[in-house]
Structure formats: structure tokens, C-alpha cells
Ligand binder design. Structure first.
Ligand SMILES: Cc1cc2nc3c(=O)[nH]c(=O)nc-3n(C[C@H](O)[C@H](O)[C@H](O)COP(=O)(O)OP(=O)(O)OC[C@H]3O[C@@H](n4cnc5c(N)ncnc54)[C@H](O)[C@@H]3O)c2cc1C
Length: 412
């Protein structure tokens, strides 16, 4: 479909989970006040009922669950067999500690009076559900790639592979290599961690107990996330050279290395999928907004995956931007006005940057800490682990319930 020179209130570039959720949140405005929203995605997910298994999974926080419930995407995920896998416990432990013993940090949903600590979902199921929720709310989806942007008086003009559109506001939700961020001149500060994350699925000798496991290794981090199939998803962050060595190993030897790195917490681990690699970097757009343009999700920031926060932060960006625009509509403000967009930037940039810094410190002192500071960090983790009071803020962070939450992510 080509819209030619169509006009929209908001055009979102990027129909990943965050862009699609933002579109749906905008369309869920009170009757008659929903903006006209176009979402441009260069590669829409296949409608094939038997898509290839997706190895990219996310741990969704409670805050993300609430946002997805508000747009009707959660019900779609819940209706898809095996799409959501709840996890009830989490054990984090350092190189010299034991998963459930001295020095570990453990959270239990029952102890926190929560039904679970979060859900594991694949990227493709999440994207499909968010896009379906957007379309069900009357949003318009186009398959195409952005080519150029022009910032004109009172509007932004976007040329894509499928036509030209004008909008009062353009949102870049186009991921870590955002073309919108580059073309809008919003700038990027980034730091290469010099690490790769290896991602694959394993079968474990012992059941995963609906528990998320994470071990700091002294040369990286290993996470085992429980899947509905009984398998576990692995995210193993390592220095690049070591990761490449492991990728080159035959499956059996790789499984043996993985089993040793996991401290045999689930017994022998057996590789049951291909292995994917993701380069890791910390990045933040210098500006999240300019007149007529805003960034959300990975287009605005990339954080270390060791706490599984990336897409969760993106959903909070989407909800905060939607709430800011809704407040602007109520007071008759132009959705592309810099004054309004700055409110969103002030809200989310500091929250995202402080979490990103905390993750970098965890990576430095726990994942790679073998000196005196590393030992202090391990001891600190042990102290936190032994005190229910000290554990509480960490649990709230894991549930995504700390910081200044958008209305839609708060407890009803
Ligand atoms: C190894 C690893 C493990 C992770 N684990 C977790 C986890 O457990 N929990 C978690 O919360 N996060 C995790 N993350 C982070 C998470 O992957 C990202 O934060 C999340 O995918 C960001 O979503 P997004 O919608 O902002 O961007 P993306 O998912 O990157 O989506 C961007 C979309 O924009 C489209 N696009 C790009 N350019 C254009 C263009 N020019 N025109 C049109 N469309 C375009 C793309 O096709 C894509 O669909 C992990 C990351 C890594 C690397």
C-alpha cells in the first residue's frame, strides 16, 4: 500500500516491540481523541503459522506486563501456546559463591507476595502481539524503509521506499542503528564493551524449576532463562576473543564448557540450537528529542544485557512518551513542540542513564572483577543477599517497579 503524500499526527519508524507498543498506546487514547498513527517497519514478521524457532528471548518485567495488558497484547501472548513462560525465582551468584548458598542473591515470588517475578517471551512473539494490538486499535502499518527526513515549518516530511508522508511528530523506534537518530542529528555516545553475547537454547539434565539463574564468571556473565518447552535460553557474555573460540567449538565441547561455566547448577547442559552472537556496547543518544522528533527504545539507548532490562526500558519510554503526548493533547499543545518533548526527555534520559551506569559497574566489578574491588563487590552481594530489607530495592528493580513509572505501568 502506498499513502503518497498522506498526513498523520505521528509516524513511528520501526515496528519492533517498542515502536509497536508505542503506536498501540497512542491509539488507546479516549474515544475521538486518538491521533492518526502510521508505523513504518522494514521487515514485518512472517504470518507463517510455523515460523522458525526464535532464539532471541526477553525477560519481561511486571511494569512491561502492565503496559502490554493495557494495549491488549498480553492477552494475545497468553492465548499463544508456550509464548509466555513465568519464572518464580531468581538466583544470582558470583564466581566464588554457590547458586543457593553463601554469597548469592536470591529472590522468590512467594516471599515478595507476587505471583511470579516476570515472564520469558521470544522477540518474534512479542513483536507480533504488539503489532496486532496496534492494528486492532486502528493504527496503520506499512512495510518499508526510511530514506530521508526533512524538518519543515510545522511538520516533518519522511520519504520512504513506499512513498512520502507528513507528520506533526516523527518517532525513531528503529533500534540500535537508528537511521532516524542519525538523520535528525540527535548524536550518539557509545562505549564498546569488547564483549560478545552468545545466545542459544539448551536442554538441562535437571529441570529448570521455573527459575532464572545468573552467574558472574570473572570473565563475563552467564544467564539461564527458563522456557515453556522445558529448555533454557542461554545469554553468555564474554570477551570477544574467548566468545569466538567458543563459537568455533563443536557442539559437544561447547556444551561441556557451558556446563562448567554454569557450575552444574542444572547438571549437564546440552546445546539444542544454533548459536547466535551479539556485539555488546553501551550507548546513549546525546539528545532523545528535537523539534518534531523523539527517540524510544534501543534507538535512544543500549544497555548491557546482564540484567535483561533493554526492552523493559523501551516499554517505559513508550509509555512515558504516550503519557506526555496525551497530557499535551489535553492542554492543546502541538505534539511536535520541543517544549513538550523535552518533558519526556527529562523524565526518561536520567532514569535510563543511571541504570545503564549501574549495569556497567556490575559488569566491571562482578562480571569481570578479579581484583580487590571485585572481592568487595562479591562481599557486598553477599550482605544484600542475607538481608530481606536490602534485597527489596533490588527485587523492585527486577520487577521494573522502581523509579518514576508512567501511570499505565503502576499497580492498578
Ligand atoms: C544478547 C541480548 C540479550 C538481551 N536480553 C534481553 C532481555 O532479557 N530483556 C530485555 O528487556 N532486553 C534484552 N535485550 C535488549 C533487547 O534486545 C532490546 O532492548 C530490544 O530489542 C529493543 O527493542 P526496540 O523495539 O527498541 O528495537 P528493535 O527490536 O531493534 O526493533 C527495531 C525495529 O526497527 C526496524 N527498523 C530498523 N531500521 C529501520 C528503517 N530504516 N526503516 C524501517 N524500519 C526499521 C527493525 O526492522 C526492527 O523491527 C537483549 C539484547 C541482547 C543483545
Amino acid at each position: 500500500m502506498s499513502t503518497g503524500d498522506a498526513n498523520f499526527d505521528v509516524v513511528i519508524v520501526g515496528g519492533g516491540p517498542v515502536g509497536a507498543a508505542l503506536g498501540a498506546l497512542l491509539r488507546h487514547a479516549p474515544a475521538g481523541r486518538a491521533p492518526r498513527v502510521l508505523l513504518l517497519e522494514r521487515a514485518l514478521p512472517s504470518v507463517d503459522v510455523h515460523p522458525a524457532p526464535d532464539l532471541r528471548v526477553f525477560a519481561l518485567s511486571r511494569a512491561s506486563e502492565r503496559i502490554l495488558r493495557a494495549i491488549g497484547a498480553w492477552e494475545l501472548l497468553a492465548a499463544e501456546p508456550g509464548a509466555l513462560a513465568a519464572y518464580e525465582r531468581m538466583h544470582v551468584w558470583p564466581m566464588r559463591g554457590q547458586a543457593r548458598g553463601e554469597g548469592s542473591l536470591s529472590f522468590d515470588a512467594a516471599e515478595l507476595a507476587e505471583p511470579d517475578l516476570g515472564h520469558i517471551v521470544t522477540n518474534s512473539a512479542l513483536q507480533r502481539a504488539a503489532l496486532a494490538a496496534f492494528e486492532a486499535a486502528g493504527g496503520c502499518v506499512q512495510q518499508g524503509s526510511v530514506q530521508s527526513l526533512e524538518f519543515l515549518e510545522g511538520r516533518v516530511r519522511l520519504r520512504s521506499t513506499v512513498g512520502v508522508v507528513n507528520a506533526a511528530l516523527l518517532v525513531g523506534a528503529d533500534g540500535g542503528r537508528s537511521v532516524v537518530r542519525a538523520q535528525a542529528g540527535l548524536g550518539l555516545e557509545s562505549e564498546d564493551y569488547g564483549q560478545l553475547a552468545l545466545v542459544c537454547n539448551v536442554q538441562s539434565e535437571q529441570p529448570h524449576e521455573h527459575t532464572a539463574w545468573q552467574r558472574f564468571l570473572g570473565e563475563g556473565t552467564l544467564a539461564l532463562l527458563p522456557l515453556g518447552s522445558g529448555e533454557s535460553s542461554i545469554v553468555w557474555s564474554l570477551p570477544r576473543a574467548r566468545a569466538l573460540e567458543l563459537l568455533a567449538l563443536p557442539a559437544e565441547e561447547f556444551s561441556a564448557e557451558l556446563t562448567a561455566a554454569s557450575d552444574r547448577v542444572l547438571g549437564t547442559l546440552t546445546l539444542v540450537s544454533e548459536r547466535l552472537q551479539f556485539p555488546l556496547r553501551r550507548a546513549s543518544a546525546v539528545h532523545y528529542v528535537r523539534e518534531r522528533c523523539a527517540l524510544v527504545g534501543d534507538a535512544a539507548h543500549s544497555v548491557h544485557p546482564l540484567a535483561g532490562q533493554g526492552v523493559n526500558l523501551g516499554f517505559l519510554d513508550a509509555a512515558a512518551l504516550a503519557e506526555t503526548l496525551a497530557a499535551g493533547r489535553t492542554s492543546g499543545e502541538d505534539p511536535g513542540a520541543l517544549r513538550l518533548l523535552r518533558r519526556y526527555e527529562r523524565w526518561r534520559k536520567s532514569e535510563n542513564e543511571s541504570l545503564s551506569l549501574a549495569l556497567s559497574l556490575l559488569n566491571r566489578f562482578l562480571a569481570f572483577g578479579d581484583g580487590e574491588l571485585g572481592r568487595w563487590a562479591e562481599r557486598g552481594m553477599g550482605w544484600v543477599g542475607r538481608s530481606a530489607v536490602l534485597r527489596r530495592p533490588f527485587a523492585e528493580r527486577a520487577l521494573g517497579l522502581s523509579g518514576e513509572l508512567p501511570q499505565v505501568a503502576r499497580r492498578a
